[in-house]
Design a protein around this ligand. Structure first.
Ligand code: SF4
Ligand SMILES: [Zn+2]
Length: 328
């Protein structure tokens, strides 16, 4: 059984990212905290992050976690700090610890952290070092989707206020969008994320498309187990990413969790790996030509499904209910 040690971060890993248009090595760490305040009120419909959170984590435990993270730091140009909640929530990370954490990475080109908009206050922004970047999980630019599907607990106007405040402070915003929240058909999901990309682009330095990954003990997991939800197709993700062509100044990318599995974004076993390799290339090259011209027998199934769901006016996992009859 995984042990939940208050003095150890949830996880640390390294990956590539981009700062000011250039590829950089990034250290990524997830602090264990008391968790997202919104998850105490039920949380978002797809979020299972609260399983990593623990009561009783204060300044001494967070300082010990910082030590563990620093022991893995090898001067990477980018540092990404997550908390399974909001880095700027003083109940998760007390202000004095926040300052200590951020000043530990003074030599990095960029330190990115995520926060819900309600914690992006003028006071918080004022104290941030100039190499900070703020990630905002907007998920969707539709207030109806945020309210009825994601259950986000904030609206688009809250995102706009926070994004404008970060921009006015001269810091970059990374916006996270959720591809295919529950109750949306595949085609509605594509259109919702395309609209959201256009909405967030003027405020964002980069936009990360997060195809829904079915996490344990969530509302979405219940729907998925009953066949009432299917994570998005990679074909759909590619349709969304093609909108990069309209957004010269914004990096549009996706690093999906659980990709190629039944819980994550997937097509079929014959093309998943090949298309995910293309995605990885696109993430850094930003060339939409890479996303076109791919073939697989499952594309016909995806195409039929997109039409059929609209005809049937349903967002359930139609192919799980109809099986082979789907491909006409
Ligand atoms: S998705 Fe973010 S805001 Fe929603 S419950 Fe999870 S951590 Fe909180
Ligand atoms: Zn396929």
């Amino acid at each position: 059984m995984k042990s939940l040690d208050l003095n150890r971060p949830v996880t640390i890993w390294k990956e590539d990212d981009v700062v000011d248009g250039k590829k950089e090595k990034a250290l990524v760490a997830i602090f264990r905290t008391r968790g997202c305040h919104w998850s105490r009120k039920g949380g978002c419909s797809m979020c299972g992050y609260n399983v990593e959170s623990l009561e009783g984590i204060g300044a001494p435990e967070l300082t010990a976690q910082l030590e563990a993270i620093l022991s893995r730091y090898e001067g990477e140009g980018m540092v990404k700090l997550y908390t399974s909640g909001s880095f700027l929530d003083p109940l998760e990370i007390p202000e004095e610890v926040r300052d200590r954490i951020l000043s530990s990475f003074d030599n990095a080109k960029q330190v990115l952290f995520e926060s819900r908009p309600e914690f992006v206050t003028p006071e918080a922004l004022q104290h941030l070092p100039d190499h900070s970047a703020v990630a905002l999980g907007l998920e969707s630019a539709s207030d109806k989707v945020l309210r009825c599907s994601v259950r986000k607990g904030f609206g688009t106007k809250d995102y706009l206020r926070a994004a404008e405040a970060v921009n006015s402070r001269g810091l970059p915003v990374r916006t996270y969008l959720l591809l295919k929240p529950p109750y949306l058909t595949e085609s509605a999901a594509i259109n919702d994320t395309l609209r959201s990309v256009r909405f967030a682009a003027p405020y964002s330095d980069s936009i990360s498309i997060n195809p829904l990954n079915v996490q344990k003990e969530t509302l979405v997991e219940g729907l998925w187990r009953r066949g009432d939800y299917r994570p998005p197709w990679i074909w759909s993700l590619f349709e969304v990413l093609k909108s990069k062509a309209e957004l010269p100044g914004v990096r549009l990318f996706s690093s999906p969790s659980g990709a190629g599995t039944q819980r994550g974004v997937h097509n079929c076993p014959d093309c998943d790996r090949r298309l995910l390799d293309v995605l990885e290339k696109f993430n850094f090259e930003q060339d939409v030509e890479l996303l076109g011209g791919h073939h697989c027998h499952c594309r016909k199934e995806w195409d039929s499904l997109v039409g059929l769901e609209e005809l049937m006016r349903t967002s359930v996992d139609v192919s799980r209910h109809l099986g082979d009859e789907l491909v006409l």
